[in-house]
Design a protein around this ligand. Structure first.
Ligand SMILES: NC(=O)c1ccc[n+]([C@@H]2O[C@H](COP(=O)([O-])OP(=O)(O)OC[C@H]3O[C@@H](n4cnc5c(N)ncnc54)[C@H](O)[C@@H]3O)[C@@H](O)[C@H]2O)c1
Length: 251
């Protein structure tokens, strides 16, 4: 597995789901990690489980003050910042006609504006440290439509585009910027029943839902020197959901 010894990472939405798995995988790869989330107690619990290489902080990704405090914590506690994982996200499931303006704006604010603020504020800290990597967690919904999730699809398409734009601008600072695009992953966001977990993903080429650790391993790879010539890439981790038309008989 890729190594991140001596590097310091900041993961948003790290209290549970993919963010917690990413923080765990980053620590396992040798990084020290600041875990940020609005779910403060859960976030502290994850950080305590990970030991001295991890520290939790309140980080609402829509707040400039919280971003600045999280970066300051990385610099004071661990001596700098080299890796940002913009993972925090929310979804509001509703059809186009049923999506309120408030719900639309709430999703854009967290998923899109939060990613922008992270790249601007934490990205500047990574530049100060001499370079590193930013990994933005988009979605297959950042590359195709998502029924009943118009705001989510809008926000994740924005993350895909912002990733490529930042990659063009930040290469000169030694910062690589890539996006990962998970398909369905078994986290509290999907809130799967046992039945759907077992039968709801058999249509996929790999025939099952994804696990948070499977996304986390790709995040670690993109953060590491093993991905030293990758920037501006959109990396699918989706069990084949976007490989082509599904439901055709492969035999
Ligand atoms: N689960 C999936 O099927 C799936 C698929 C594709 C992409 N994603 C994306 O993966 C990322 C992680 O999602 P997950 O599946 O682990 O979901 P999750 O709901 O389990 O975790 C999301 C985390 O983000 C945090 N969060 C929400 N608003 C925040 C804010 N304003 N500031 C800081 N943290 C905030 C939550 O408290 C939570 O801990 C999200 O960006 C999501 O859109 C998930």
């Amino acid at each position: 597995m890729a190594r991140l010894d001596g590097l310091v990472a900041l993961v948003t939405g790290a209290a549970r789901g993919q963010g917690a798995a990413e923080a765990e995988a980053l620590v396992a790869a040798g990084a020290r990690v600041v875990l940020g989330d609005v779910l403060v107690d859960e976030c502290r619990g994850v950080a305590e489980r990970l030991g001295d290489a991890a520290v939790a902080t309140v980080l609402d990704v829509t707040s400039i003050d919280d971003w600045e405090a999280a970066v300051a914590l990385a610099e004071s506690r661990f001596g700098g910042l080299h890796v940002l994982v913009n993972n925090a996200g929310i979804v509001k499931v509703a059809s186009l006609f049923e999506t309120s303006l408030d719900d639309y704006r709430a999703v854009i604010e967290v998923n899109q504006t939060g990613c922008f603020l992270g790249m601007r504020i934490a990205g500047a800290a990574i530049a100060r440290a001499g370079g590193g990597a930013i990994v933005n967690v988009s979605s297959t919904g950042g590359l195709e439509g998502v029924p009943k999730s118009i705001a989510y699809a809008a926000s994740k398409h924005a993350v895909t585009g912002m990733t490529k734009t930042a990659a063009i601008e930040l290469g000169r600072y030694g910062i690589r910027v890539n996006s990962v695009h998970p398909g369905g992953v078994d986290t509290p966001m999907l809130d799967l029943s046992d039945e759907v977990r077992e039968t709801g993903f058999t249509f996929l080429p790999l025939g099952r839902v994804g696990q948070p650790a499977e996304i986390a391993r790709v995040v670690v790879f993109l953060a590491s020197e093993d991905a030293s010539y990758m920037t501006g890439s959109a990396v699918l981790v989706d069990g084949g959901s976007m490989a082509g038309p599904l439901g055709w008989n492969a035999d």
